[in-house]
Write a protein that binds this ligand. Structure first.
Ligand code: PLP
Length: 301
């Protein structure tokens, strides 16, 4: 059976899910989005994802046509109609159909698309061995240009960084901000562990404030680790004891080499492993139940 995609109030088969070529999401990357994981019939941190979506929309002055509660129901319906237990959900809200000018006032209605697909997992081996990554010349966008806290449809900044990684033959890259501080991966947040402290860049430095990042920070604090949001440079990164990346798709993945420098002993470290175990436990035991009759089973996020 073909997957059904939600497009502006209708569920349509995947191969018939289309939008206008005059949509400003297509013409200009004008819109916002979210990526949400479903684990074992429960949507992980769905309320947090919706909050970030509505905040992104507010910042780009995109009026959402209905409140988050209604959007939540549409996301859950899309997962249900496709009968998925484990999934990756892409929720896209674009400025909508307009004319060839950039003026958003020409777009009366946002376009809403929700795609729920079964998920392709990264090879287990990557989590065991860890990633080798490089820093790239393309800097993360300055917060006063398009704030990286907005999860917008305009991903060229990250795509250029990814292209640079591809040319060099690396599966993921680390981006610096315009001051030269380490900020994040092309689609993941970064953490280092140094002298027992777990450190991740603060949002004001120019990052997407990841939902996985925030969950891992909570876990670190509940494990009584010294969790800090601080600035750090490539020097701090090279000399860290451990490093890992977090994201909805990658979850929590160790980094064992940066720009040819081994991190720690070149193997995933103990703090990374502890947090990865804690994250796996969290994703299995929390989340918004997708199916009826399941409501008592999980605690809300
Ligand atoms: N940073 C960027 C630029 C991203 O695109 C993503 C992925 O969504 C993340 C970080 C990780 O965020 P999350 O954990 O919410 O997926």
């Amino acid at each position: 059976m073909s997957l059904k995609v939600y497009v502006n109030g209708h569920f349509v088969p995947k191969d018939q899910a289309v939008i206008s070529v005059y949509d400003h999401g297509f013409l200009y990357g004008d819109g916002v989005f979210e990526g949400v994981r479903v684990y074992n019939g429960r949507a992980f941190r769905l309320d947090e994802h919706l909050k970030r979506l509505y905040e992104s929309a507010k910042t780009v002055a995109l009026d959402m046509p209905f409140p988050p509660e209604e959007m939540k129901e549409k996301v859950l319906q899309t997962i249900r109609i496709n009968g998925l237990q484990d999934a990756y959900v892409r929720l896209v809200v674009s400025r909508g159909r307009g004319d060839l000018g950039i003026d958003p006032r020409k777009c009366p209605e946002p376009t809403i698309v929700i795609i729920a697909e079964s998920i392709t997992l990264y090879p287990e081996e990557l989590y065991e061995k860890g990633l080798k990554v490089v820093t790239v010349p393309t800097r993360r966008m300055h917060s006063e240009m398009v704030n990286p806290r907005v999860k917008s449809l305009n991903y060229l900044n990250n795509i250029l960084a990814k292209v640079e990684g591809n040319h060099l033959g690396y599966p993921e890259v680390i981006m610096l901000n315009s001051e030269g501080y380490v900020v994040e991966g092309s689609a993941d947040n970064i953490f280092i562990v140094r002298d027992g402290a777990v450190i991740t860049p603060a949002p004001h430095l120019g990052i997407l404030e990841g939902i996985t990042r925030n969950a891992v920070m909570e876990l670190a604090r509940s494990l009584e680790l010294d969790m800090r949001e601080e600035v750090f440079t490539r020097h701090d990164l090279f000399n860290a004891d451990e490093c890992f990346l977090t994201g909805t798709a990658a979850e929590l993945i160790p980094v064992v080499e940066v720009d040819g420098r081994k991190i720690g002993d070149g193997k995933p470290g103990p703090v990374t492993r502890r947090l990865w175990e804690a994250f796996k436990e969290l994703r299995e035991t929390t989340g918004t139940p997708v199916y009826e009759g399941d409501k008592g089973r999980a605690s809300a996020d």
